[in-house]
Design a protein around this ligand. Structure first.
Ligand SMILES: Cc1cc2nc3c(=O)[nH]c(=O)nc-3n(C[C@H](O)[C@H](O)[C@H](O)COP(=O)(O)OP(=O)(O)OC[C@H]3O[C@@H](n4cnc5c(N)ncnc54)[C@H](O)[C@@H]3O)c2cc1C
Length: 563
């Protein structure tokens, strides 16, 4: 006779022990009961045997803060009321509310962490995982229903910036660990030749497996993640952010942390705090809605392009129908004909196709607008463009006669919005010259990639040769003093942001912000007071590639054969 748990396990909502999966802590739902066992993390530390211990900080921040004692029922728990409240608040936040709990939804809850990261995209996930691995107790607050950010949910399937034009690797650390994991799972071919020749490599990734893997990595690192939650206000204590007020599906929560990382892309926390922003240009890059077509014969498209070489960017190498992935910028003649015939209302002279030949799939980056009044209006304009392009592909593009729209980005893709005015502002000249910085926290090498706000193509793509150093000070704002910024909203000019915004580089600024935030919390200082030599040493130990001469520059000079 099957027992009750076995019956329930078959209904998909209960596990083999008959427990409702949605009512269990998220780490248990994601990782299963295996999390209870001791296991190694990538940095050789052992996770605690008890799930509650995994959520507690691993390093002593104040002499009495980590002391734990046994309760009468034999379970371990934190001695201090602060940490007990934090753990209770965490459980309340993650549990799906029962109807009878409606009255408690707005009950104020005050929760304390070492580090809060806002935004769960490329930079935010790197920051949160890195801070937790450095021993901090970390909360990640993400406004959408999943981590992954623009790289996952704009369906880009195309990370970039890991190597310079000569094939020397400039980005490793967290970003490389993520790529290695996806490659091992068959969700990425790893770094492959950049067919278009902007730089040596690009890094195709399966967008859904990327987001799921990031979610699992956060859970493994012990990061608490609040989804569908938005910081809506903050309290200041002089020059510090004392507390963030977060709107969650359970009502408002108040979160305190020694350091806050703004990885929202839009510098949303900096805006709440009244931090200053760059005002060097009004010509921000256009927004887009990326979509994916399935059921295509990519070999037929590549054959057409091979017969019509003017249809691809000069200097491109054409992939083959048996490749894992192929990269194409072009189709100018077909696009012009489509616009002339009235099939396409948008005039474009080229488009980006990230192609998965053996899967018959193409990720299409071609839509754009700048003039719409708000994201909702932009979404309507872009949706109309997507639908036009789908019909045009079926009618006019070789190999796409039977294609289907299989996915569209779940959000308007924003290339550029608020950029903070930080302690240092990185300029195009510093990018181009490879200016050395004593406080370098990593490197970048992707060209300055700026899409014209009103033109039909790219306004410019400047090669940056052997890459550039990224100074720590572009992550710091003068006020509030305990705020770090990571990802595309770092302190940079419009032009320099054209390379800093690329995902490989966002992993770099995210990892540095996370490690620095953990160090600031640990030493009881603000991020500007963190010892940058020590920060560089920690980053080098984690596999981050630093410019020669910065820190111990471990791993500098690693090269890749762009295959
Ligand atoms: C159309 C398009 C094509 C691109 N193509 C490429 C490409 O091929 N290769 C490449 O490397 N880069 C590409 N980029 C650039 C790159 O994708 C982004 O610059 C990069 O992903 C930004 O990373 P991020 O972590 O700073 O922000 P994001 O990845 O955008 O993450 C920010 C996160 O914060 C969340 N958030 C926002 N506001 C709040 C808030 N108030 N509270 C909590 N959470 C919040 C968002 O939901 C999101 O998850 C492209 C960008 C666009 C728009």
């Amino acid at each position: 006779m099957p027992h009750r748990g076995q019956h329930r396990a078959r209904d998909g909502r209960h596990d083999a022990d008959g427990r409702h999966v949605l009512l269990q802590p998220l780490h248990r739902v994601l990782l299963g009961p295996g999390l209870r066992r001791r296991r190694d993390n990538p940095h050789g530390r052992l996770g605690g045997q008890h799930p509650e211990l995994r959520r507690l900080p691993r390093r002593r921040l104040r002499p009495d803060r980590h002391r734990r004692h046994r309760r009468h029922d034999g379970r371990l728990h934190a001695r201090t009321p602060d940490l007990r409240r934090a753990a209770d608040g965490h459980r309340r936040q993650l549990r799906v509310p029962r109807p009878e709990e409606a009255a408690a939804v707005n009950a104020p809850t005050d929760i304390t962490y070492d580090v809060v990261v806002a935004g769960g995209g490329s930079a935010g996930v790197a920051a949160a995982v890195s801070a937790a691995e450095e021993g901090a107790r970390v909360l990640l607050v993400e406004s959408s229903g999943s981590v992954g950010g623009t790289l996952s949910w704009q369906l880009l399937e195309h990370s970039a910036g890991f190597h310079d034009v000569h094939g020397e690797q400039v980005v490793a650390g967290f970003g490389q660990r993520l790529v290695d994991r996806l490659t091992a799972a068959g969700a990425s071919p790893g770094h492959v030749r950049d067919d278009v020749g902007y730089t040596a490599t690009r890094t195709p990734v399966d967008h859904a497996e990327l987001a799921l893997t990031q979610s699992v990595m956060l859970a493994e690192a012990g990061v608490d993640v609040w989804l569908q939650s938005v910081p809506v206000g903050l309290d200041r204590d002089g020059s510090r952010i004392a507390a963030l007020h977060v709107h969650t599906s359970h009502g408002r929560r108040t979160v305190r942390a020694a350091a806050v990382v703004d990885a929202t892309g839009d510098a949303a926390i900096a805006a709440l705090a009244g931090a200053p922003f760059q005002n060097d240009t009004t010509a921000v890059q256009p927004v887009s809605l990326t979509f994916k077509l399935g059921g295509a014969d990519i070999g037929a498209l590549l054959a057409y392009l091979s017969e019509n070489p003017d249809e691809i960017r000069p200097g491109s190498v054409l992939g083959s129908g048996t490749d894992d992935h192929a990269n194409v910028w072009g189709l100018g003649a077909l696009l012009s004909a489509g616009h002339a015939s009235g099939a396409l209302s948008l005039r474009r002279t080229e488009m980006h196709l990230a192609l998965w030949p053996t899967r018959g799939e193409a990720v299409v980056n071609v839509t754009r607008t700048t003039g719409a009044d708000g994201l909702g209006a932009a979404h309507a304009v872009l949706s109309r463009q997507v639908l036009e392009f789908v019909r045009w592909f079926r009618a006019d593009v070789p190999g796409f006669g039977d294609c289907r729209l299989v996915a569209v980005a779940d959000r308007v893709g924003v290339r550029e919005s608020r950029r903070v005015r930080g302690v240092h502002t990185m300029t195009a000249a510093e990018v181009g010259d490879g200016t050395p910085f004593a406080d370098a926290i990593g490197r970048g090498a992707f060209p300055i990639d700026i899409h014209a706000a009103d033109g039909a193509g790219l306004s410019h793509t400047d090669a940056v040769g052997a890459g550039y150093a990224i100074p720590y000070r572009i992550l710091l704002v003068p006020d509030p003093a305990n705020l770090l910024v990571a990802g595309r909203c770092v302190s940079s000019t419009h032009e320099a942001n054209g390379t800093l915004r690329i995902t490989g580089t966002c992993f770099v600024t995210g990892e540095a912000a996370g490690v620095a935030a953990a160090m600031a919390a640990h030493h009881g200082v603000v991020p500007a007071e963190v010892d940058t030599t020590r920060l560089q040493e920690r980053l080098a130990d984690r596999g981050v590639l630093l410019p020669t001469g910065a820190g111990r520059a471990a791993g500098c000079g690693a090269r890749v054969g762009a295959g």
